[in-house]
Design a binder for this molecule. Structure first.
Ligand SMILES: CC(C)(COP(=O)(O)OP(=O)(O)OC[C@H]1O[C@@H](n2cnc3c(N)ncnc32)[C@H](O)[C@@H]1OP(=O)(O)O)[C@@H](O)C(=O)NCCC(=O)NCCS
Length: 155
């Protein structure tokens, strides 16, 4: 089931994180820590609908995928996004489904979506291009590219 993330999902998110491979963690979070990042834990506990939107794939209480966007301020015109689908169920269109939901939410809020993706992450870059994302080099890190989606495309 595709649904919105809730603050009481934190235990399920910890379990989902523990199932990720080091490569999946690096692709999504750009490090290899085995702990759900503290920043994510804080964001989940204090989900602010004015600044955050997050969607999960709920498989009988186990979370198999997450897509989220975060705005620095409620009046921001852009948001950072992230997406992850666990390897066990990847390759069946669920990343596409989550991305569609996220872009619809960004369109509803008239936001530009921006995200960082590793240059060697062919699957994610393919997915972003399929949705019309613009890929540009990150001036600070040659291993990373920045992907952006103009507002209102998916309203
Ligand atoms: C990237 C990711 C979200 C894709 O999820 P998914 O459920 O596999 O996505 P889909 O099944 O919808 O496939 C999306 C597209 O990726 C491409 N793709 C799928 N498998 C691929 C592969 N093995 N190699 C290259 N491209 C591939 C295809 O274009 C596919 O669309 P299509 O099959 O309709 O042509 C998932 O692999 C993931 O979570 N990776 C780790 C985290 C991450 O990289 N996050 C991105 C940074 S925010």
């Amino acid at each position: 089931m595709l649904r919105s993330l809730r603050p009481d999902d934190l235990p399920a998110l910890h379990r989902a994180f523990s199932r990720l491979t080091p490569e999946e963690i690096e692709y999504r979070f750009f490090h290899r820590s085995r702990e759900l990042p503290v920043s994510v834990q804080r964001q989940v506990r204090t989900l602010d609908p004015a600044c955050d939107a997050a969607f999960v794939l709920d498989d009988g209480g186990e979370i198999r995928g997450v897509a989220d966007l975060h705005m620095q301020r409620p009046d921001s015109r852009e948001a950072e996004f992230g997406l992850i689908v666990g390897k066990a169920i990847a390759g069946h269109g669920l990343g596409t489904l989550l991305m569609q939901r996220l872009l619809a939410e960004a369109g509803r809020r008239a936001l530009t979506l921006r995200g960082l993706v590793r240059r060697d992450n062919a699957r994610m870059l393919e997915l972003c291009r399929a949705f019309g994302g613009t890929v540009s080099a990150d001036p600070d890190d040659p291993a990373i590219v920045s992907v952006s989606f103009a507002p209102n495309r998916w309203r």
